[in-house]
Design a protein around this ligand. Structure first.
Ligand code: FAD
Length: 398
């Protein structure tokens, strides 16, 4: 396996750099407090939404929101490696580069949706016109997702939905719920679930804010009271949703902001070089050098895993275990990076960006809080280890 970029890939990487240089506000990268793999600090993208929307429009015009999609659906028709190069660079610059509709919903529709659904949704997603939120979890269904209770009952050409979802990240700033519902209550749990698309603006949808650990409003609990949707909004076949969900979850686990790790690490290393303690730079302290070296090694491993998944996708191999490996490894790295940042900065690391004594815009302080969410969302670390044990090692389910 050789991950050296071809001339064409190098040229594409340069084109992305030039684009970011021209289109992203000058102070964006420094001031954006997004913590790699965290959910809570994502809220900042909403606060800055006019800039995000303009940037997203420019990406859509270039076909870059959907790089590896076929041109007929509004994609750029490029390889998965080129898509990975794009996401690596975008996350390095903390740039908004598509979200659930482009990275999870669209690819799942492409695999399982019928032609009518593809024509209705894919071009709109590629143009960046629609935002989805993930409506999977319920108060009594998280890791054990197959126990969802939200019901959808057929009524002519429609389905009527009743129930509650929780932890819906960005639900309040999205247009549609990408949602798991129970359509057959008498079948075994995995066989009675369907995947549907629900308009946030439909009568009967109530979105209530929840504050996250960082103090931002980033997710919601959402109630569905006799909400009517057309049956054509069912993805693929009715009651086959569990299978589609597993694939959609892999897409989610592969959507790692890999460049963000390198960028944040570089900033912490720079801080250690420039900051003196007892007359010498922090970077000369053996303990700090040791900790930074440990993170450097893990970032290299994370990159290898990341390029490996793109390499597999380009060869039509399915990175299923690899998706769990990547998710688990990088989210635990998110926490180690935050802890290392705090160890390097000492008490200064605990200051929020609003303090005049803070450094790195208070990013490490928020990161220490936000990294906890990384270990939970998209399936907890324990669940990823279970998947690796069962599907990777072939161990029996417990
Ligand atoms: C910041 C954040 C954003 C989120 N965004 C979304 C979103 O947009 N949409 C959405 O649908 N959901 C979202 N979630 C929900 C998330 O997917 C669930 O929290 C997660 O799947 C865990 O479910 P739970 O909270 O019900 O915990 P539980 O499933 O009750 O788990 C509790 C603990 O038990 C452990 N555990 C459970 N089962 C097993 C097992 N079989 N083996 C070993 N250990 C186990 C878990 O690892 C965990 O430590 C979000 C969560 C967070 C924290």
């Amino acid at each position: 396996m050789d991950f050296t970029f071809s001339e064409r890939e190098e040229a594409f990487r340069k084109e992305i750099e030039d684009f970011v240089d021209k289109e992203l506000p000058a102070d964006w990268v420094e001031k954006n407090i997004y913590w790699p793999a965290g959910y809570g600090t994502l809220a900042q993208f909403e606060e800055l939404s006019p800039q995000v929307e303009q940037f997203t429009r420019r990406l859509a015009e270039k076909g870059w929101l959907t790089i590896s999609w076929p041109k007929e659906y509004g994609g750029a028709g490029l390889s998965y490696t080129e898509q990975a190069i794009f996401h690596e660079r975008m996350s390095y610059y903390r740039a908004p580069a598509g979200e659930i509709a482009t990275r999870i919903g669209g690819p799942t529709i492409m695999l399982f949706g019928n032609e009518e659904m593809k024509k209705e949704w894919l071009p709109r997603i590629a143009r960046g016109e629609v935002r989805f939120w993930l409506a999977y979890s319920e108060p009594n269904a998280g890791s054990d997702l197959s126990s969802i209770q939200t019901r959808a009952i057929g009524d002519g050409d429609d389905l009527i939905i009743n129930g509650q979802k929780i932890w819906g990240t960005a639900a309040h700033v999205s247009h549609y719920a990408w949602m798991a519902v129970r359509t057959n209550p008498t079948a075994p749990p995995h066989k009675g679930i369907s995947l549907v698309i629900v308009d946030n603006a439909a009568p009967g949808v109530t979105i209530r804010p929840m504050m996250n650990i960082c103090g931002f409003y980033s997710f919601s609990e959402v109630f569905f009271d006799n909400v009517r949707i057309p049956k054509r909004n069912v993805v693929g076949e009715m009651n086959k949703g569990w299978y589609y969900l597993m694939v959609a979850l892999d897409f989610e686990r592969l959507a790692i902001p890999i460049g963000g790790f390198r960028r944040t690490f570089e900033e912490i290393v720079q801080y250690a070089r420039e900051t003196k303690h007892n007359g010498q730079a922090l970077s000369q302290e053996p303990l700090i050098r040791n900790r930074l070296a440990n993170i450097a090694i893990q970032i290299e491993i994370a990159y290898m895993l990341f390029w490996q998944t793109a390499w597999m996708l380009d060869r039509s191999l399915v990175p299923n275990i690899e998706a769990s490996l990547l998710k688990l490894f990088t989210t635990e790295l998110s926490q180690k990076l935050a802890n290392t940042g705090m160890q390097v900065m000492g008490h200064y690391g605990q200051l929020e960006g609003t303090s005049k004594w803070s450094s790195l815009y208070g990013r490490v302080c928020l990161g220490c809080l936000d990294c906890i969410s990384a270990l939970v969302g998209a399936g907890t670390s324990e669940i990823q280890r279970n998947i690796i044990a069962m599907r990777g090692l072939g161990l029996p389910p417990k």
